[in-house]
Write a new protein. Structure first.
Length: 133
């Protein structure tokens, strides 16, 4: 693939389109249920994670350059505002990121994407903080 073609390909396409994003979000929430270090993040989610997984799938689909599913169904993301009803601090962010990093590592086969995506996801997670500590 030429550099020009590669730069015109969206991140969404590079991780495998719908199937790639679905694998990532499905694995992410499976890990949230299984990883002890994600307990604080898991505690602020509903008992059934299916709706949360669907919302994350829709959000990441658009965020990565695919169809704007989240916006079409739910309007502008305004993620921090949508999460103000729950306390998000260091433990919640750390647990969420641990799940995301592990799910990413297990489902995305293009290591060149790590530098393009992971720092942005870390900034997004830190932006969600609404309590100290």
């Amino acid at each position: 693939m030429s550099e020009t073609t590669r730069s015109e390909t969206t991140l969404y396409e590079r991780i495998g389109g719908e199937a790639g994003v679905r694998a990532l979000t499905r694995r992410f929430y499976a890990l949230m249920d299984a990883m002890p270090e994600a307990a604080a993040a898991r505690a602020i989610h509903p008992a059934d994670l299916a709706g949360s997984e669907q919302k994350l799938f829709e959000y990441f689909t658009g965020w990565l350059g695919g169809p704007p599913l989240f916006v079409e169904k739910r309007g502008p993301p305004m993620l921090r505002r949508r999460h103000l009803h729950v306390a998000i601090g260091t433990a919640e962010i750390a647990g969420w990121l641990a799940c995301f990093r592990k799910a990413w590592g297990e489902t995305v086969s293009d290591p060149a994407l790590d530098a393009a995506v992971l720092p942005q996801v870390e900034r997004l997670a830190q932006h969600m903080r609404n309590i100290e500590g």
